[in-house]
Design a protein around this ligand. Structure first.
Ligand SMILES: [Zn+2]
Length: 111
C-alpha cells in the first residue's frame, strides 16, 4: 500500500440538511479531481458511512477519517478562539457613571 498525502481539513465542506438537520461532510477524492464523497455519521448503524468504494463496502476510509479530523480541528480552533478572547474586567466607574482610566482621564459613559 502506497502512502498517499493526507486530505487536508480545509478542503472539506460541512453541510447541514435544512429539512432533516442531518450533518454530513463532502470530502474531495484524492485520485479524481472534482469528485467529492459524502461522509456522514449513521445514527442507526452507529458508524461512519462514505459514498466511496471502500465506504460502500463498510470499510473505514480516509474520507471518514478526514471528516473526523476536521471536526476535531474545528473544535480546537473554536476553543482556541475562545481562550484568546481578552478578559475584560468590569470598568471602574464612580456613582456618576464616570469612567476613570489608568492615565487619569475621565470619560463620561452617559452620553
Ligand atoms: Zn470514503
Amino acid at each position: 500500500m502506497t502512502q498517499k498525502p493526507e486530505i487536508t481539513a480545509n478542503a472539506i465542506y460541512k453541510v447541514t440538511d435544512k429539512v432533516t438537520h442531518e450533518t454530513y461532510w463532502y470530502v474531495p477524492s484524492d485520485s479524481k479531481p472534482g469528485v467529492y464523497y459524502k461522509v456522514c455519521w449513521s445514527r442507526e448503524a452507529t458508524r461512519w458511512t462514505c459514498t466511496c468504494k471502500a465506504g460502500q463496502y463498510g470499510q473505514a476510509c480516509k474520507h471518514e477519517h478526514a471528516a473526523q479530523v476536521s471536526i476535531v480541528v474545528n473544535k480546537e480552533q473554536e476553543l482556541l478562539a475562545r481562550s484568546q478572547e481578552p478578559y475584560l474586567p468590569p470598568l471602574p466607574t464612580d456613582q456618576k457613571g464616570l469612567l476613570h482610566s489608568a492615565s487619569g482621564k475621565v470619560f463620561n459613559l452617559l452620553k
